[in-house]
Design a protein around this ligand. Structure first.
Ligand code: ATP
Ligand code: MG
Length: 309
């Protein structure tokens, strides 16, 4: 199924279709012990993450105790019916929104979990970023829920790239200026930020669009620009919320291919929310969000059904 086809199946049927094995598919169970422990060398893990909204006098419990662990270098898809809470989960993980309760942990740089799949990724580290060389003693995990607002904003800017369904490029700025912004916020000089942003635009095939305003670009170009902006500071985690959701099939495929290539080349850990079964199948793992819980999808087959995590 692709985005451009009508959604004929029920949510469960559609999600089950996602787990027919693809070339990269591997379905693994997640093991946990104590809240701050990191037994599987995850780069990010959560403990009993909950998120509720109050609306019209009612409380909507959207996330009901999410235990998620992402291993370094994984490309993981989150699927689920519209309204199940995929965007809510990504917002909370990105720290753009706060959880109602529960915790999010990040492996510190310089540990085994800070592996980069591609050594080139280490060379792309932004100036001033903490060293990725393993220290003599293992630093403690970063508990995001315990960081103050300023430290959290700095952490987010540096470590987490986010791509939305709508690109959210600033329309009054050029593409180059949009991509420079995270670096300027991180304190780089405009000259350095511009040089790096030019490289980032070249890596998404937009070198010749650097001085176009965001509104002058096609949908696919805007999303490629948004990817360049999300990745300019070499974050360790990329969160992508239906990044191809507003694109036609062919353009969506090109953007997904680009995302998958950058994920691989830069040694990223990526969590992708998608309704597109083909893209989900190309990920390393597929998780289904249903009734506020995440569960791995079992490989499809006569007895295949979502299993609890
Ligand atoms: N700020 C908010 N206040 C109240 N309810 C909200 C808020 N944000 C999201 N919700 C509700 O939470 C639920 C989950 O929304 P969310 O956008 O996370 O779903 P989704 O899985 O991303 O859906 P889609 O696939 O359509 O993008 C929805 O019922 C939505 O109305
Ligand atoms: Mg959504």
């Amino acid at each position: 199924m692709t985005l451009t086809e009508p959604k004929r199946e029920s949510g469960a049927e559609r999600d089950a279709a996602v787990c027919r094995p693809g070339p990269l598919a591997a379905h693994r169970r997640i093991q946990f012990s104590s809240p701050a422990s990191n037994p599987i060398a995850a780069i990010l893990w959560t403990r009993q993450l909950r998120k509720s909204f109050s609306a019209g006098g009612a409380t909507l419990e959207i996330l009901r105790g999410i235990d998620l662990a992402l291993q370094p270098g994984e490309l993981v898809a989150v699927v689920g019916e519209s309204g199940c809470g995929k965007s809510t989960l990504l917002h909370v993980l990105s720290t753009l929104d706060s959880a109602s309760s529960g915790e999010i942990y990040f492996a510190p740089r310089g540990t085994m979990a800070d592996h980069r799949a591609n050594p080139d990724a280490a060379r792309r580290e932004a100036p001033g970023a903490p060293s990725a060389v393993a220290p003599a003693s293992t630093p403690a995990p970063v508990c995001l829920s315990r960081l103050g607002a300023e430290a959290l904003a700095e952490f987010r800017n540096r470590e987490i790239g986010y791509v939305w369904q709508m690109h959210h490029l600033l329309p009054e700025f050029t593409l180059l200026e949009n991509v420079m912004l995270p670096r300027l916020i991180a304190g780089e000089t405009p000259a350095r930020a511009a040089a790096a942003a030019r490289d980032d635009l070249a890596s998404v095939g937009l070198a010749d669009r650097a001085h176009h305003r965001a509104g002058e670009l096609s949908g696919g170009e805007q999303q490629r620009g948004a990817l360049a902006r999300a990745l300019t500071l070499s974050p360790r985690l990329l969160l992508a919320d239906e990044p191809t959701g507003n694109l036609d099939e062919a353009t969506g495929e090109r953007v997904f291919d680009l995302l998958a290539r950058l994920h691989r080349e830069r040694g990223l850990t990526t969590l992708l929310a998608t309704h597109n079964a083909q893209f989900a199948r190309r990920c390393d793992r597929v998780l289904r969000l249903h009734l506020g819980q995440l569960a791995p999808l079992a490989p499809a087959g006569p007895s295949a059904s979502p299993v609890s995590g």
